[in-house]
Every structure is written in structure tokens, then in C-alpha cells.
Ligand binder design. Structure first.
Ligand SMILES: Nc1ncnc2c1ncn2[C@@H]1O[C@H](COP(=O)(O)OP(=O)(O)OP(=O)(O)O)[C@@H](O)[C@H]1O
Length: 272
């Protein structure tokens, strides 16, 4: 394991990731779509930071911008204090889709390939690192299998192993469990948290599920409906997989719902 435990890390003196006043736009023929407006937040080492908001509020676009695939119209994004100017191996994305793995590569080849392609490791070392992370996601028995023989949940585990094998500064996840059935989704959330306990990676995670945000995250940014603006930022340290149906958990979920929608209507009404 190359990622050190949190206790061993030098205390961070600056955020790992800073999103500062970021406005993002798409330029479609004949029109400009503003996806986010003046969004700011900081992500610290080993945070599990959630972007939560209604469909279309710009969560995925923000993730793409952090990934370096879209440049801000205004504002800036800093990783380790340096402006993000394009994609890089220090930021790896896990998507929702089950078809993100090349089907002609085995699980081991899928996980090892980006590590090799980025020039970080030679073939044998890359395969060893791949095996290490395949074991972490519980798929050692399937290392030689092809993706089409795996369930949706198993494919997502491979995608997570592949991302972690790159040992990125920040792991970006875009609704990674949204296409899974409810039971598998819960299991995957549990596994992701167990993996985080072990590896202590830094996570930026997009979801539109309030419950998922509370369980997976330690901090949550609430974004207003389209175009996304920061509504609030809240702590979620106290919730875990066991918190589920408790009255306190339900009250926290209701409060977030109000902040996202009802209070928003009041604010928007006052602004109109
Ligand atoms: N390639 C594109 N060209 C033009 N507009 C786009 C493009 N991609 C997204 N948009 C628009 O930008 C806005 C933000 O989209 P985005 O996908 O970031 O939202 P989201 O919060 O991730 O939504 P969802 O939860 O439904 O995935 C939306 O209005 C969307 O229609």
C-alpha cells in the first residue's frame, strides 16, 4: 500500500483542491448554456466531499472542470496550489456507465493499463499494482475475466480499482452507483467507505441522492438548481451506513431538502 494512513501525513497547510468563483458555460450553436455560477469550495486531503443538487444544476460539469476537461469562464481551480490547465493522472474519474471498461481487456489489464500508459510503472510492476487494488475491491478471483462476464456492481468495482491504481491526488466520482439496484448500491457505498478507511484517498463525489450524500460524505456542498450556485456547505461526519432510518438522520435529510428546494424557492422568489 503506497497511500499512507491519515495519521502519518503531514498536516495540510492548504486545501488540496480549491474551486474559486467558478462559472462554467457550454457554447452550443446559437446559444450559451451557463452550467454553474460563481461556485467556490475547498477540498482538504482525505475529505469525502460531495456535490449535491438537482438534475441539471451543473454537478457533472463541475467535476469535468476539476478533471481539466472544461476551462472556467470565470474563476479558477487550484490543485495543490497550482492552476488546473488540463486533464492529468493526478485526477481520475469513475463514471456511472457500466461500459467505461474496454471489453477486450481482462480485469487485470483494465486496471493496469492506465498506470502503464501514464508511464508510471513497467508492465510487471503495473500488473502487481493492479492485483493489489483488485484484491482491495474483492475481485481477485476475477482478475482474468472480461468485463462482459461481470455484473454491474463488479464492473464498478473494477472501475474503482482502476482509478485507485493510479493513486490520484483526488478521485472524482460522477454518480458511480446511480445505475445499480438499491441493494447493490448500498453495498457499494459500504465498500467505498471501507476502502477509504484503508487507503484514505481524497474523494470528490457527485450525487443527487440526499441519503447517499449523507452516508458517503464528510462534507457536502449544496448547489441550487440550474445554473448551480452554492446554497450551503454542511458537515456530514456524524452519519454512516448504520445511521439510515434514525429520526436524526431523517431530520438531517429533511433539512437538506429544505435548503435545496424550499428555502431556495423563497430566495428565488425574493430575488425575482
Ligand atoms: N455538452 C453540453 N452542451 C450544452 N449544454 C450542456 C452540455 N452538457 C450539459 N449541459 C447543460 O449544462 C447544465 C448542467 O449539466 P450537468 O450535466 O453538469 O448537470 P448535473 O447536475 O450533473 O445533472 P444530472 O444530475 O442530471 O447529471 C444543464 O443545463 C445541461 O443541459
Amino acid at each position: 500500500m503506497t497511500a499512507p494512513a491519515r495519521e502519518n501525513r503531514v498536516p495540510p497547510s492548504q486545501p488540496l483542491l480549491s474551486v474559486e468563483g467558478v462559472t462554467l458555460e457550454y457554447h452550443a450553436p446559437g446559444r450559451i448554456v451557463r452550467a454553474t455560477q460563481n461556485v467556490s469550495f475547498d477540498v482538504w486531503e482525505a475529505d469525502r466531499f460531495i456535490l449535491l443538487g438537482a438534475s441539471g444544476c451543473g454537478k457533472s460539469t463541475l467535476l469535468k472542470a476539476v478533471g481539466g476537461f472544461i476551462a472556467p469562464r470565470q474563476g479558477r481551480i487550484l490543485l495543490d496550489g497550482r492552476p488546473v490547465s488540463g486533464p492529468g493522472p493526478d485526477r481520475v474519474v469513475v463514471f456511472q456507465e457500466f461500459d467505461q471498461l474496454p471489453p477486450w481487456k481482462t480485469v487485470r489489464e483494465n486496471v493496469a493499463f492506465p498506470v502503464r500508459a501514464s508511464g508510471r510503472l513497467e508492465r510487471r510492476e503495473a500488473a502487481e499494482r493492479a492485483d493489489h487494488y483488485i484484491e482491495k475491491v474483492g475481485l481477485s478471483r476475477f482478475a482474468d475475466a472480461y468485463p462482459n462476464t461481470l455484473s454491474g456492481g463488479m464492473k464498478q468495482r473494477v472501475a474503482i480499482a482502476r482509478a485507485l491504481a493510479m493513486e490520484p491526488r483526488v478521485l472524482l466520482m460522477d454518480e458511480p452507483f446511480a445505475a445499480l439496484d438499491a441493494l447493490t448500491r448500498r453495498k457499494m457505498q459500504e465498500e467505498l467507505l471501507a476502502l477509504w478507511e484503508e487507503v484514505r484517498f481524497t474523494l470528490l463525489f457527485v450525487t443527487h441522492s440526499i441519503e447517499e450524500a449523507l452516508v458517503v460524505g464528510n462534507r457536502i456542498a449544496l448547489l441550487s438548481p440550474h445554473p448551480g450556485r452554492m446554497r450551503a456547505e454542511i458537515n456530514a461526519h456524524e452519519w454512516d451506513m448504520q445511521s439510515g432510518g434514525s429520526p436524526q438522520f431523517q431530520a438531517a435529510a429533511n433539512r437538506i431538502h429544505r435548503l435545496l428546494f424550499e428555502d431556495a424557492e423563497a430566495v428565488d422568489g425574493a430575488e425575482a
